[in-house]
Ligand binder design. Sequence first.
Ligand SMILES: Cc1cc2nc3c(=O)[nH]c(=O)nc-3n(C[C@H](O)[C@H](O)[C@H](O)COP(=O)(O)OP(=O)(O)OC[C@H]3O[C@@H](n4cnc5c(N)ncnc54)[C@H](O)[C@@H]3O)c2cc1C
Length: 435
Amino acid sequence: MENNTNALIWFRNDLRITDHEPLFTAEKLGLCALPVYIIDPREYEITPLGFPKTGEFRKQFIAESVIDLQNSLRAIGLELQIYRGNPEEVIPELAAKYHIKTVFAHAENAWNEQQIESKLRHQLASQNASLHLFHGATLLHPNDLPFEINELPDIFTNFRKLVEKKFIVRETFKKPKEIKGMITERISADAIHQLFSTTQPIIDNRAVLKFIGGENEAHERVETYFWKQDLLQVYKETRNGLIGADYSSKFSPWLAVGAISPRTIFEEVKKYEAERVSNQSTYWLVFELLWRDYFQFVMMKFGRKLFLKYGIRGAKTDKKGSNYLRAFEKWANGYSGNSFIDANMLELKLTGFMSNLGRQNVASFLVNDLQLDWRMGAMYFESQLIDYDVCSNWGNWAYIAGVGNDPRENRYFNIQKQAEMYDAQGLYQKLWLEF
Ligand SMILES: Cc1cc2nc3c(=O)[nH]c(=O)nc-3n(C[C@H](O)[C@H](O)[C@H](O)COP(=O)(O)OP(=O)(O)OC[C@H]3O[C@@H](n4cnc5c(N)ncnc54)[C@H](O)[C@@H]3O)c2cc1C
């Protein structure tokens, strides 16, 4: 007998239980839930450039986030099940096995993920089951935008001005209290690490922060950055820093895996503004979250075009591509010969993180100075960044390469000038090159 009160909840880049509409809905409807996380082997393949699509730092961070999610779910009555395989195959098999007619998940905004969603939807339909997707990755809900996605302005400032006219941020969904579970089988943390094949990478002690995955750690970071250290009120002045934990929020790894939602951060900003101070810095953090949203919407609008060499408008550039592997390897491994670039690339290689200022400079260097295909850089970042997010990464790279949105301005960064301005005493370069 099929059971319409069973629901499979598929966790993707939404590894949290607060502000989680699928879970909230399951509780509201009194459904019996099967929470599932699937390790998709395609995400861990070796790229044509010879490194894995998901590097060790990110893999470790995702595994930690999944373990933390497992604990949080257990506290509300659910036992997370973890599988390896293609979600569009694993989920229909589970639906058949457990007589499930309803699958809930958060929508993803990038091309490959959407292909998987549509295959899954099709397969489920053939089993008389359905996929319900919710939007929870952005600050602004796509349905609240004052334009259709295909009319998204090509220039960020125009987008921002339009959305700021009538700024709608939906309230967060409360953490569920208790949901009936379908399976009680427990998977140990060790077994989860084995499923991910994590290698517990050693993080260099010069790292800006010891990033640990999970919703609890995400909230801990908000607590520290906003409340304990009161750093939000100076964010705008410090955000172009290079050394240490304090110059920027460092929320990005947790946002990337959805351990915290942008709406939750927004609510904390509002609380901070009410209880501490409201100034340009508090506004600026929301402004940066809007950049993040913008790249999600750009991805929704342009789909696979964002991964093409000539970008979303077919701009012809004469970048040289994979024949220039040697120059690429020097760049990636931190011996390009330019000390500011090399310091940044070493930080990335040894810790999985790099400041926004560093990212802009090394990307411009690869595109404009080395004249390489920007996608080589984007692929390397995808592998190496602990906070890799498909929309933010490919969107920012295309933007700097001049093949994305807003191609009007020259994105050339004068590396020497930047180093003199932001690393005047050379402390950052010393930290990474003279250790
Ligand atoms: C070439 C390049 C590649 C990038 N790849 C990624 C990526 O894969 N994942 C990622 O999260 N960010 C990426 N960024 C954006 C930005 O560098 C990081 O979000 C930021 O450095 C993370 O540090 P933070 O959390 O301390 O940021 P903060 O300065 O504290 O900003 C707060 C949040 O705003 C968002 N944000 C800030 N700047 C940007 C931006 N330019 N684009 C989109 N969102 C932004 C992030 O979610 C960030 O966590 C990239 C930037 C460049 C230039």
